[in-house]
Design a protein around this ligand. Structure first.
Ligand code: NAD
Length: 305
């Protein structure tokens, strides 16, 4: 990437803000935009950057555009909608979508941007808010080699780059990773709820699972940090995980791959989203599963402390 290139960063939410903060700290010139003016204002008050006058103006100012938005439909709208960024980008500029977007939608967007002479790189991330702040995200990168080489130094400020192949493969990899992440939490929750009903202590169960073959990211991270303390504050919304599971299903169904566990997992998150709302924390899926347990018969004892 040429040192004079300016980065346009769109989406300053839970993940976008710490990622853009790292880019500014690494010395990149930044132009930022968010749909919520107060979010944009808060970010610009603490980080050296300029606020975009409009999406079109961001397109005129920047040679690299990074999107960190809720989903691929919003990414498409921001880039190709009326007064969207892509219409104003100079040919040879690069768009990097770091959101968790639909892999199939990404391939369509790749083709549509190519008609304007603009390469699209998909570079979704895993690691959550803490790793975004530390610059230690796993970044799954799909697209053509030349634009990837151009933006690689920028990506390396935010985490470790893994090349996944052609356009859309980064987004497919991310959706499939989140299937495993969600399934880990769901199986841990079902085991703990069943064990507690049988008389086991949940905290003891988690200690034993983490010293045993049942260990996973649900038992070694989400239960101790977010579920047992009942803080449910992972910084990743339930609605975003439900979306990722639908995207993983899209990937599996596109090839007819077996997906019975994935279907069950997606159903659990969709039900939880309906009960608790999309803005609930994704770890609150445990509350949804707890709500399915019938009340104890009178006189049979209560929950463990
Ligand atoms: P978030 O909801 O906290 O942030 C999204 C931001 O995008 C918000 O500030 C919102 O105002 C802004 N936005 C929405 N529509 C916009 C538009 N049309 N124009 C400009 N800005 C717009 O979400 P997040 O948790 O930061 O997640 C962002 C993406 O990263 C999602 O695709 C998510 O699935 C993925 N992701 C999240 C995490 C996590 O732990 N939170 C981890 C990995 C990947």
């Amino acid at each position: 990437m040429a040192s004079k290139d300016r980065i346009g960063f769109v989406g300053l939410g839970n993940m976008g803000a710490p990622m853009a903060r790292r880019l500014a700290a690494a010395g990149y010139a930044l132009t930022v935009a968010d749909a919520l003016p107060e979010v944009e204002q808060r970010f610009a008050a603490e980080v050296n950057c300029e606020r975009a006058a409009s999406l079109a103006a961001l397109g005129e100012r920047c040679q690299v555009v990074i999107t960190m938005l809720p989903n691929g439909a919003i990414v498409r709208e921001v880039l190709l909608g009326t007064n969207g960024i892509a219409h104003r980008l100079a040919a040879g500029s690069v768009v990097v979508d770091m959101s968790s977007s639909s892999p199939i939608g990404t391939r369509e967007l790749f083709a549509d941007l190519a008609k304007l002479g603009i390469p699209l790189v998909d570079a979704p991330v895993s690691g959550g808010v803490k790793k975004a702040a530390d610059g230690t995200l796993a970044i799954m990168v799909g697209g053509d080699p030349e634009p990837i080489a151009r933006v690689r130094p920028v990506l390396e400020v935010m985490g470790k780059v893994f090349l996944t192949g052609a356009s859309g493969t980064g987004h497919a990899m991310k959706a499939l990773n989140n299937f495993l992440s969600a399934a880990n939490l769901a199986v841990a929750a079902e085991a703990v709820i069943a064990g507690e009903r049988f008389g086991l202590n949940p905290a003891t169960m988690i200690d034993i699972l983490n010293a045993s073959t049942g260990r996973n990211t649900g038992t070694d991270s989400k239960f101790p940090n977010n579920v047992l303390p009942r803080t449910f504050n992972s910084g990743f919304a339930l609605g975003l995980m439900a979306k990722d599971l639908r995207l993983a299903l899209e990937v599996a169904r596109s090839s007819g791959a077996p997906a019975s566990l994935l279907e069950m997992c997606s159903q659990i998150w969709s039900n939880a989203e309906q009960q608790l709302g999309a803005k609930a924390d994704n770890t609150e899926v445990v509350k949804y599963l707890e709500s399915l347990v019938p009340p104890r018969p009178a006189g049979s004892g209560g929950r463990h402390a």
